[in-house]
Design a protein around this ligand. Structure first.
Ligand SMILES: Nc1ncnc2c1ncn2[C@@H]1O[C@H](COP(=O)(O)OP(=O)(O)OP(=O)(O)O)[C@@H](O)[C@H]1O
Ligand SMILES: [Mg+2]
Length: 272
């Protein structure tokens, strides 16, 4: 018998109903996240990536389909229930904190188990922030620092899965590289599993083990990250890669599929 996925999405569908419009945002999407692995989700704007993440976190009710955590179904449970084992990391780190609360309180309140000062100190060290940052308010730190604190909060809560929705998209290149290194360390040192949504194939190729390509609410391609990027089977994946290449031509950045084992979209960031 194979290993049980830590998370499984089985044929989840979702339709948004508005007054004059019906949007089929997800059409029978399935995925498996293996324990300790990082799964990337890429796809054009409006392809359903955030909707899928919201379903996994129980923030939406699906039209159909199932969600399983370690083989146990949790479809239809509350966001608080899902929050015991998964946490979301958003693009807007400031918006994910209460502006009137010091980090100390926000971080400690997120924990489901007993307070563990040693773990908190260890996590702060990992994100290269002094413990005095806990005494600050969200608006008194930089965007990159705030994002690292939101990652500290998520891991400190006890979550085994991080759901990152464009978590590095608002950051400058240096902060982005730091957060990516940090996520890799959390995977390596704590065995944390992640779903990493991004429109940036270069970042996905550096971080993820597997990748899913979404288009119009469907999963069009799924597989090993390097394989999908270097030998895309679906024409749409090729289109996405060509879009990266066009940006690359303008800026002198390499096309992600140029060489199978040399994938670097940002000069200076080490290749996997
Ligand atoms: N609350 C909502 N009400 C109605 N339609 C919505 C709502 N949220 C999203 N949609 C629609 O559902 C589709 C999927 O949106 P979603 O936000 O999941 O896309 P996305 O892949 O995350 O896009 P982006 O890369 O721009 O973040 C889009 O067509 C969007 O317009
Ligand atoms: Mg989105």
């Amino acid at each position: 018998m194979g290993m049980t996925p830590i998370l499984e999405v089985r044929e989840i569908s979702h339709t948004y109903h508005q007054k004059d419009r019906i949007t089929k945002a997800l059409d029978q999407v399935s995925l498996r996240l293996m324990p300790g692995s990082i799964l990337g989700i890429v796809g054009e704007s409006g392809s359903g990536k955030s909707t899928l993440i919201r379903h996994i976190a129980c923030l939406e009710k699906p039209d159909g389909g199932k969600l399983l955590y370690r083989g146990n179904e949790y479809t239809g449970r509350t966001p608080a229930f899902a929050g015991q084992f998964m946490q979301m990391i958003f693009q807007d780190a400031y918006g994910s904190f209460d502006p009137k609360m010091r980090f100390d309180r926000s971080v400690r309140e997120a924990r489901w188990e007993e307070d563990d000062p040693a773990l908190l100190a260890e996590l702060l060290k990992k994100v290269r922030l002094d413990e005095s940052f806990l005494q600050r308010y969200p608006r008194s730190v930089s965007g990159g620092q705030c994002q690292r604190l939101s990652i500290v909060r998520a891991v400190y809560s006890g979550a085994r899965i991080l759901l990152c929705d464009e978590a590095t998209s608002a950051l400058d290149v240096a902060s982005q590289a730091m957060v990516i290194d940090l996520l890799k360390e959390l995977q390596r040192d704590y065995g944390i599993s992640m779903i990493f949504v991004s429109h940036d194939l270069g970042v996905v190729s550096q971080l993820c083990d597997e990748v899913i390509v979404m288009r119009s609410g469907r999963c069009v391609e799924q597989g090993d990250c390097l394989g999908v990027i270097s030998h895309p089977r679906d024409p749409y994946t090729r289109e996405l890669l060509d879009a990266v290449m066009e940006v690359g031509e303008e800026t002198g950045i390499h096309h992600a599929a140029e060489a199978q084992n040399e994938i670097s979209v940002y000069p200076g960031i080490p290749v996997i």
